[in-house]
Design a protein around this ligand. Structure first.
Ligand code: C2E
Ligand code: CA
Ligand code: CA
Ligand code: CA
Length: 277
C-alpha cells in the first residue's frame, strides 16, 4: 500500500543521501591527497618482443589514503573525472613524470620514454595542449621526446580533443592510443591523427593463443596499424604463450605481468641499464 511505497522511497532517499555524503567525502579526500602528497607514480616496463629489452615505461598513478590504504585508480579516476579534479591530478601526474625523468637523467641512467595517461576530460580543456607543450619544452632538448601521452579512444569523438591532439603532435610530442580495440574507433579520424602507437587492449590479448575470434580481430587490427604506419604495443600480456603468439604475428612491443608488474620508482631505476657509475 501507500505506506510501504513511502517506506521504499525513504529508504531509497536515505541511500542516495549516504551516497552523496560518500561522494563529498571522496571529493574532499582527493583534494587533500594533492596537498598531502598522497599520490605517487609507478612504472610498468614496455618490452620489445624481439629481444625482451626495455623500450619505455607507462606511468600509473597510485593513491595511498591515510585511512583507506591503497585505493585503485579504477576506483577514483572515474570519480575525479566526474568532479573535474582530474585536471589537477592529471597536472600532478605529468609534472611528476617530468621530474622523475629529469632526476633519472641527472643520475646518469640510460633513460627511456615515460608514457603518461591523459583523461579525455583534460584533453577537451582549451589550453591543455599549450600547457603540456610549455612544461615539456622546459626540459633539456634530449629529454623532450621522452615524455609521451596515452589517450583512450573515446577522446577522438570531440572536436576540441582532436584540436589538442593536433597541437601536441605538431609540437613533436608522441601520442599513443590506449585501450585500442574496445570500441569507439573512428578509423577516418585515426588516419588523420599522426599518432605514434596503438596499444591493443588487454581484453583482446587475454588467452589469444586459444581464442580464434580474438586472433582474427588482432590480425585485422595489425593490418590496420601497418596501413597507418603505427607501431603496436600489446597490453596485459600475462603468459609466455601470449607473448610468443604476438611476436609471431609481428607485434613489436608488449606490456604485462608476464614481463613485469608496475614498479616503484627505485626498482624502475634499477631496471634501466647503462648506469654510468
Ligand atoms: P590503463 O591505462 O589501461 O593501464 C593498464 C592497467 O592494466 C594498469 O592498471 C596496469 O597495472 C594493469 N595491467 C598491466 N599489465 C597487466 C596484466 O598483465 N594483467 C592485468 N590484469 N592487468 C595489467 P592500474 O594501474 O590499476 O590502472 C587502471 C587504469 O587507471 C588505467 O588503465 C588508466 O585508465 C587509469 N589510470 C592510471 N593512472 C592514471 C593517470 O595517471 N591518469 C589517468 N587519467 N588515468 C590513469
Ligand atoms: Ca594507459
Ligand atoms: Ca590500456
Ligand atoms: Ca584501460
Amino acid at each position: 500500500g501507500k505506506s510501504a511505497g513511502r517506506g521504499v522511497v525513504s529508504v531509497f532517499a536515505s541511500a542516495m543521501a549516504k551516497h552523496a555524503v560518500l561522494q563529498l567525502e571522496l571529493e574532499r579526500e582527493l583534494r587533500q591527497a594533492l596537498l598531502l602528497n598522497e599520490f605517487r607514480l609507478v612504472y610498468q616496463p614496455q618490452i620489445r618482443l624481439a629481444d625482451n629489452r626495455l623500450i619505455g615505461y607507462e606511468a600509473l598513478i597510485r593513491w595511498n589514503q591515510a585511512q583507506r590504504g591503497e585505493v585503485s585508480p579504477v576506483d577514483f579516476i572515474p570519480f575525479a573525472e566526474q568532479t573535474g579534479i582530474i585536471a589537477s591530478i592529471g597536472d600532478w601526474a605529468l609534472d611528476e613524470a617530468i621530474r622523475q625523468l629529469e632526476s633519472w637523467a641527472q643520475a646518469g641512467l640510460a633513460v627511456v620514454p615515460i608514457a603518461v595517461n591523459v583523461s579525455a576530460l583534460q584533453l577537451a580543456n582549451l589550453g591543455f595542449a599549450d600547457s603540456v607543450i610549455a612544461r615539456i619544452k622546459r626540459l633539456p632538448v634530449f629529454l623532450q621526446c621522452l615524455i609521451q601521452l596515452e589517450l583512450t579512444e573515446s577522446t577522438l569523438m570531440q572536436a576540441p580533443s582532436i584540436q589538442s591532439i593536433r597541437q601536441l603532435t605538431q609540437a613533436d610530442i608522441a601520442v599513443h592510443m590506449d585501450d585500442f580495440g574496445t570500441g569507439y574507433s573512428n578509423l577516418a579520424m585515426l588516419s588523420r591523427m599522426s599518432l605514434s602507437k596503438l596499444k591493443f587492449d588487454r581484453s583482446l590479448i587475454q588467452n589469444i593463443p586459444d581464442n580464434h575470434a580474438h586472433q582474427q580481430v588482432c590480425r585485422a587490427l595489425l593490418d590496420l596499424a601497418h596501413a597507418l604506419q603505427l607501431e603496436v604495443v600489446a597490453e596485459g600480456v600475462e603468459t609466455q604463450a601470449e607473448a610468443l603468439w604476438l611476436a609471431e604475428q609481428g607485434v613489436q612491443y608488449a606490456q604485462g605481468y608476464w614481463f613485469s608488474r608496475p614498479l616503484e620508482k627505485e626498482l624502475a631505476a634499477r631496471y634501466m641499464d647503462g648506469v654510468t657509475e
